[in-house]
Ligand binder design. Structure first.
Ligand code: T4K
Length: 360
C-alpha cells in the first residue's frame, strides 16, 4: 500500500540509546533532560530564539491565543487543517474567513483588510504546505490595526525566508510535530517567539502555571512534551539531512513528470521549499475523482488536503463565503511523499495519473 505519507522511523539502536538515558534518569516528563536537549538542538538547527515544545500542534495554537490575549473575531484562512479554526472556536473566538490566493493557496492579503472590524483582535494566517505567506503585508496590517499575529507554521519545518527561519515571524509561530510531518516527535508541536517575556509566560502556561512547589502564577494547562516523544524527536533530527534529501528528489520527479498535466502551488520566490507535501491542482473535481479512484484501485492513497474548505464546516459557518477556497479545495490532491517511497512506486503513481489524464 502507498499512502500519502509515512512517519520516518529512525534507526532502532539510536532511538534505544536515547531511551536508555530516560531509563537511567528516571525522568519521564515535566521538562526532562531530553526535552531540554531537543529544544536546544531545534533552536540551533532552525535558527530561532525561543522554541517551546508542547504535546501537539493544536495545543500550540490554543496556548498562543491565550498567551497573547486573543478574543472576539480572528481573521484566518479557510484552506487549512480543521485545527487552525477549531482551536479558535474552542477558545470562544470567532474565526472570520478571508479568501485565499488561487496560486499560492495562502490567505489573500487584500481580502484580510476588508474583514477587519472593531471586534478583530488577531490574524491567524497559515503557511500552507510550507509556502510562506506574504508576511511583510500581513505584519504591516497587524501593526497598523493593532492586531496580534499568530502564524500557523505547522507545515513549515526548516523553511527559510530571505535566509531566516519562517518560524521567526509574527508574535508567535506554531508548528506541529505530528507523526505525519517531515520532522516528528510522534505527537508534538512547538511555539516559537522572539519575545523573551512571552516565552517565559508560555513556559509557565504549559505546566498549569506552576512556578514552584508553593507558587502558582497564572491559569495554565498541561501541554508538556514527555521524554519518549523527545527521544523520538532527537533521533529523527539526527536523520534530518537524509529525510530532506530524499523528499527533495521525490518532489522533483513529480514536478518533472507531471507539470505538463497538473498545476503546482506557486512557491514564494524568496523561500526554500521543504517538500513536506506535493499538492497538485486538477482542472475540475471530476478529473480529480477519476485519478483518485484509479489510484485507490491500485492501493495508492493520496489525500484531499484540504477538503472541504473550512467555511463549509457546520460549527464554523458564518457569512463569509470563500469562493476561491471552495473551488481550490475541490480540485486539490496531495500525492504520496515520504523518504522511503521507492522509485518504482513513484513511477507507478506518475504513470497512472498520466494515463487517466490522457483519457479525459
Ligand atoms: N495546523 C495545521 C495547518 C495542521 O496541518 C495541523 C495538523 C495542525 C494545525 C494541528 O497539529 P496536531 O495537533 O495534529 O499536531 C494528519 C495529522 O493528524 C495532522 O497532524 C495534520 N495537520 C494533518 C494535515 O494530517 P490525517 O487525518 O490526514 O492523518 P491520518 O491518520 O489519516 O494519516 C495520513 C496517512 O499517514 C495515513 O494514510 C497513513 C499514514 N500514517 C499515519 C499515521 C498517524 C502512518 O503510516 N502512520 C501513522 O502513525 O491528519
Amino acid at each position: 500500500m502507498i499512502t500519502v505519507t509515512r512517519p520516518w522511523l529512525p534507526d532502532r539502536e539510536r532511538l534505544d540509546s536515547y531511551i536508555d538515558q530516560v531509563y537511567k534518569s528516571g525522568h519521564l516528563t515535566n521538562n526532562g533532560p531530553l526535552v531540554r536537549l531537543l529544544e536546544e538542538r531545534l533552536q540551533t538547527y532552525l535558527g530561532v530564539k525561543h522554541l517551546i515544545l508542547v504535546s501537539n500542534g493544536t495545543l500550540a495554537l490554543q496556548i498562543a491565543y491565550r498567551a497573547l490575549g486573543v478574543t472576539g473575531e480572528v481573521i484566518t484562512t479557510p484552506f487549512s487543517f480543521i485545527a487552525t479554526s477549531s482551536s479558535l472556536a474552542w477558545q470562544n473566538c470567532k474565526p472570520v474567513f478571508a479568501d485565499i490566493d488561487p496560486l499560492t493557496l495562502n490567505i489573500d492579503v487584500d481580502n484580510v483588510t476588508s474583514k477587519i472590524t472593531s471586534k478583530t483582535s488577531a490574524l491567524v494566517p497559515v503557511h500552507v504546505f510550507g509556502n510562506p505567506c506574504n508576511v511583510e503585508r500581513l505584519n504591516e496590517i497587524a501593526s497598523k490595526h493593532n492586531l496580534k499575529i499568530v502564524y500557523d507554521a505547522s507545515h513549515a519545518f526548516g523553511v527559510n525566508y530571505h535566509g531566516e527561519s519562517i518560524l521567526s515571524q509574527g508574535d508567535i509561530s506554531t508548528i506541529s510535530f505530528h507523526a505525519t510531518k517531515l520532522f516528528h516527535t510522534i505527537e508534538g508541536g512547538a511555539l516559537v517567539t522572539n519575545d523573551s517575556s512571552l516565552a517565559k509566560k508560555i513556559r509557565l502556561m504549559i505546566k498549569c502555571g506552576i512556578v514552584d512547589e508553593e507558587n502558582i502564577a497564572l491559569c495554565g494547562i498541561n501541554a508538556k512534551m514527555h521524554e519518549l516523544s523527545a527521544a523520538m524527536g532527537l533521533s529523527v533530527l539526527d536523520d534530518i539531512d537524509t529525510i530532506k534529501k530524499n523528499r527533495a528528489q521525490i518532489w522533483q520527479q513529480y514536478k518533472i513528470h507531471l507539470s505538463d498535466y497538473l498545476k503546482f502551488q506557486k512557491w514564494n520566490e524568496n523561500a526554500t521549499n521543504n517538500c513536506a507535501y506535493v499538492p497538485v491542482l486538477f482542472s475540475n473535481e471530476q478529473e480529480l475523482l477519476k485519478v483518485k479512484n484509479t489510484l485507490n484501485n491500485f492501493d495508492i492513497f493520496p489525500r484531499r488536503y484540504f477538503y472541504p474548505s473550512l467555511d463549509q464546516i457546520n460549527f464554523l459557518l458564518n457569512n463569509n463565503k470563500c469562493l476561491v477556497a471552495d473551488d481550490v479545495s475541490k480540485r486539490i490532491l496531495c500525492l504520496p511523499i515520504y523518504p522511503n517511497l521507492k522509485k518504482q512506486q513513484q513511477r507507478q503513481v506518475i504513470e497512472l495519473i498520466k494515463n487517466v489524464l490522457k483519457l479525459v
